[in-house]
Design a protein around this ligand. Structure first.
Ligand SMILES: *[C@@H]1O[C@H](CO)[C@@H](O)[C@H](O)[C@H]1NC(C)=O
Ligand SMILES: *[C@@H]1O[C@H](CO)[C@@H](O)[C@H](O)[C@H]1NC(C)=O
Ligand SMILES: *[C@@H]1O[C@H](CO)[C@@H](O)[C@H](O)[C@H]1NC(C)=O
Ligand SMILES: *[C@@H]1O[C@H](CO)[C@@H](O)[C@H](O)[C@H]1NC(C)=O
Length: 807
């Protein structure tokens, strides 16, 4: 039989007493209750009392405890109480099991008694809830939906009952709420529920605290930290910081020139915030001109920027993150003009040549000026050299006409290189020049000009036909055919026949040549006119006088006019024996049709019977006695006189003169009959011959005189008579008769005067001065003489010996 005794409690301990009946073998059962975690020696129960055993019995009975493995309590026999032997941890002994107790027996000997004791251990809140981690980390995308749950796990509390885990608390936050659950096994756990969307961009990390609370008194708690990392979601597009970027750049900027930087930002991180820049909607050549660094957003120049092509660039740009979100903007690049274009001169039309007589104001060229630059850089002025007779006129903007300012003269300037200069107003200014080549076309405005105002040349007579006389030259300052000069001999009469019979001219070379051989004695001077004519239309011409002087040659021997040389008859001059010294026996009269020295005659005796008796005047041909004629001198004297001219070589003539030194004619005759072969036959013949000769001579001389008179009279009528003090030359007048074999020369001479001042007129004037005939001649006497001779056919009558010239 057993009795349960509820024992008194001391302090917070509850003692459960088991009162066992004192039976022999099987004793009573007692039960005690103690809180766990009692210190060693803590009172558990008074067994002596509860079992009803006194201390002596215990001692004698050697009461002791019989236990299994664990001896949590021990028996203090002398006090009869049970105390805690070692600290008791309920959680160790029982874990979750409740109620928790252990049982042991107390055994006594003498008599043997056995008592069972059960000790119940009550829970004490000795454990706080605890989490098995210090920190819980979550990575939650910011795109996580509201209501998403995140299990936080559970805390453990080995205590039981109220002392066990009761609830969880989550620190204050705006995104999550806490929900608590209990598993079927009764374990309580918590989870977070997203109640407001996360935004990484606002809050990239949340720090929360989860607290677990038990129900003990005092309460015990355990905490764990919760770190929420908000994961980025590409929820932000890049944004340019400007809607338009403006930049200015001068044209021709070199490659790599910085223009501007575009900047977009993306609130996202990582690849979601990695921006790449690019051009969008590229138009034309923009891609070749600009480059955009896809990472830095720097825009720079890569190609040629030409203001003249693009004044402004509008470039679309785009920024895109890796998530594919993008923004766009634009860059406006204004190109600043640089004076990089020189003006361009275009010759719209140009006449290659202009006639030199073109009127002032004639348009030569039309010029167009262009400058690709703008504003001042493109404002162009155009100019030419002021010295030229041209000017620029502009009626339409950028168009100029080049006109003549005055008349031109090809002979002065035949070609103009007109430099047109176009200059713009830039700084520095650029200019362009262009040379216009303008030829001045010839107009036949210049007549040929001879190199001399007159030409004078001479030629020896007896020239060969065709010999060239001289060359005339003429120049024409015109051009081409207007300057092609041809020479023409002008029509003119020379000696009654056309000039072309005497002289010819090569129309191209201007060389004058003789057509025939000239005879000075006929023609001493040729005067012709040569015309030089150019090839223009109409042609222009000028003329010049060419004088060809024919030079005399000694081509004529002197001709003896007197005494006449007869074939058979003997003519003799009679010298009276009474003649004094210096008696003029006769005079040898000779002429030379040459002129000048060629006609200077000299006389000398070549052969003479008696050299001491006669002499001949070297100049005048007068034969005179040198001494007194004596009776001893032979009747018949024979003289040979040589007449020589002064030419080179000289020519001469020989005349034989018979002189009879006698006082009577019969004496002479008797002497001279010796000369003949048959005297009786010759007497009559001689007489008749002399008579006939005298008659013929008389007739002829009369005729000559008449003709000369008529001729001279005509000249006198037609030509002027000029006074002159030129040398006076004695002249035997034609009317002076000297006929017959016995003729003696008169001692007094009659002269006619022929005066002239003008050599060209070659005329003579015969006048009778005081009953004497005097021939007056000028130095060109030879010519005059020749005319007279020619005119009178004098040379054909060589037997006439009335005309004597004395030099
Ligand atoms: C863009 O602009 C932001 C703020 O304006 C600045 O912090 C950043 O450095 C800029 N980026 C570049 C590439 O200049
Ligand atoms: C935009 O960004 C660029 C580059 O960093 C900077 O130069 C510019 O000043 C910014 N513009 C604004 C309005 O902030
Ligand atoms: C004009 O220019 C041309 C070509 O350069 C040259 O042959 C000619 O001699 C020049 N004329 C003048 C008058 O300068
Ligand atoms: C020669 O030219 C002059 C002017 O130069 C002119 O007066 C004259 O008539 C011309 N003579 C002839 C023969 O052509």
């Amino acid at each position: 039989m057993a009795r349960w005794l509820l024992c008194s409690t001391r302090h917070w301990q509850v003692v459960l007493c088991l009162i066992a009946s004192a039976v022999t073998l099987t004793g009573a059962q007692i039960r005690y209750s103690i809180p766990e975690e009692q210190y060693k020696g803590a009172f558990v129960g008074d067994v002596s009392q509860d079992l009803g055993l006194d201390l002596d019995r215990l001692r004698s009975g050697r009461a002791r405890i019989i236990t299994g493995d664990n001896q949590y309590v021990e028996l203090e026999r002398d006090k009869g109480i049970l105390v805690v032997r070692e600290k008791i941890d309920r959680e160790k002994i029982c874990g979750e099991t409740t109620p928790c107790s252990f049982t042991f027996e107390i055994i006594l000997e003498n008599p043997i008694e056995l008592h069972r004791v059960t000790v119940e251990i009550t829970d004490v809140n000795d454990h706080a809830p605890s989490f098995n981690k210090n920190e819980i980390k979550f990575k939650i995308s910011e795109s996580a939906a509201v209501g998403a749950r995140f299990v936080l796990g559970s805390a453990e509390d080995p205590d039981v009952g109220l002392n066990a885990l009761q609830s969880y608390h989550l620190s204050e936050n705006s995104h999550f709420v806490l929900k608590q659950h209990a598993r079927p096994d009764g374990v309580k756990y918590a989870e977070m529920v997203l109640q407001k969307p996360l935004d990484r961009e606002q809050n990239a990390q949340l720090h929360l605290t989860l607290t677990a609370v038990d129900g003990g008194n005092p309460q015990k708690t355990g905490t764990v930290k919760i770190q929420v990392n908000v994961l980025d979601v590409n929820d932000n597009a890049p944004v340019f910081n400007q809607s338009v970027y403006k930049a200015k750049i001068t044209e021709n900027s070199p490659r790599g020139t910085y223009i501007t930087t575009v900047n977009a930002s993306d609130a996202d991180t990582g690849t979601n915030g990695q921006i790449r820049y690019a051009f969008s909607n590229l138009k034309g050549n923009i891609g070749d001109v600009f480059s955009l660094d896809e990472n830095s957003g720097i825009i720079s120049v890569t190609g040629m920027i030409d203001f003249e092509k693009n004044k402004i660039f509008e470039i679309g740009i785009e920024a895109e993150d890796q998530g594919g979100l993008a923004d766009s903007s634009k860059v406006v690049v204004e190109v600043v003009d640089v004076n990089d274009n020189a003006p361009v001169i275009n010759i719209m039309s140009l006449i290659g040549s202009i006639a030199e007589n073109a009127p002032s104001g004639t348009t030569v060229a039309v010029i167009n000026i262009k400058d690709a630059d703008s504003e001042l850089n493109g404002q162009v002025t155009c100019s030419i050299e002021q010295t030229f007779p041209f000017e620029l006129k502009s009626s339409i903007t950028n168009y100029y006409t080049l006109v003549t300012k005055s008349e031109l003269d090809r002979e002065t300037v035949s070609e103009y290189n007109i430099t047109v200069e176009a200059t713009d107003s830039g700084n520095p200014a650029l200019s362009t020049t262009k040379v216009l080549n303008l030829k001045v076309a010839d107009v036949n405005d210049n007549a040929p000009v001879f190199s001399q105002s007159s030409y004078y040349t001479y030629v020896m007579e007896n020239n060969s036909p065709g010999v060239s006389l001289c060359k005339v030259m003429a120049q024409d300052s015109d051009n081409n055919h207007n300057a092609r000069v041809s020479f023409i001999l002008e029509e003119k009469q020379i000696n009654g026949s056309p000039a072309s019979n005497y002289i010819s001219i090569n129309s191209e070379t201007g060389v004058l040549s003789a057509v025939r051989s000239y005879d000075y004695e006929q023609l001493s001077k040729l005067v012709v006119h040569v015309k030089a004519q150019d090839g223009g239309s109409p042609p222009l011409s000028s003329n010049v006088t060419v004088t060809v002087s024919v030079q005399d040659q000694n081509d004529n021997a002197p001709q003896v006019l007197y005494p006449v040389q007869t074939g058979g008859s003997v003519v003799a001059e009679i010298v009276p024996r009474s003649a004094d010294v210096g008696y003029l026996v006769t005079k040898v009269v000779a002429v030379d049709v040459d002129s000048g020295q060629n006609a200077w005659l000299s006389y000398r005796l070549q052969k003479v019977t008696d050299r001491a008796l006669f002499e001949v005047g070297a100049q005048n041909g007068e034969i005179r006695t040198v001494r007194q004629v004596t009776d001893k001198d032979a009747v018949k004297q024979k003289l040979t006189v040589v007449v020589e001219d002064n030419g080179q070589p000289s020519r001469s003539a020989v005349v034989n003169i018979n002189v009879a030194v006698a006082d009577t004619f019969p004496e002479v005759l008797s002497e001279f009959t010796d000369f003949t072969h048959s005297k009786q036959y010759n007497d009559d013949l001689t007489f008749y011959l002399v008579l006939a000769l005298a008659a013929v001579s008389f007739l002829f001389i009369t005729t000559v005189v008449v003709i000369i008179s008529v001729k001279i009279y005509r000249w006198r009528q037609s030509r002027l008579f000029y006074q002159s003090n030129l040398p006076v030359i004695p002249y035997y007048p034609p009317g002076y008769t000297d006929t017959g074999v016995t003729a003696t020369l008169p001692h007094m001479y009659h002269y006619d005067a022929c005066m002239t001042t003008d050599s060209r007129k070659s005329d003579c004037k015969y006048s009778t001065l005081g009953g004497k005939s005097v021939l007056v001649m000028e130095p060109s006497f030879t010519e005059t003489m020749q005319h007279s001779l020619t005119d009178n056919n004098f040379t054909r009558h060589q037997d006439s010996h009335e005309l004597v010239r004395i030099l």
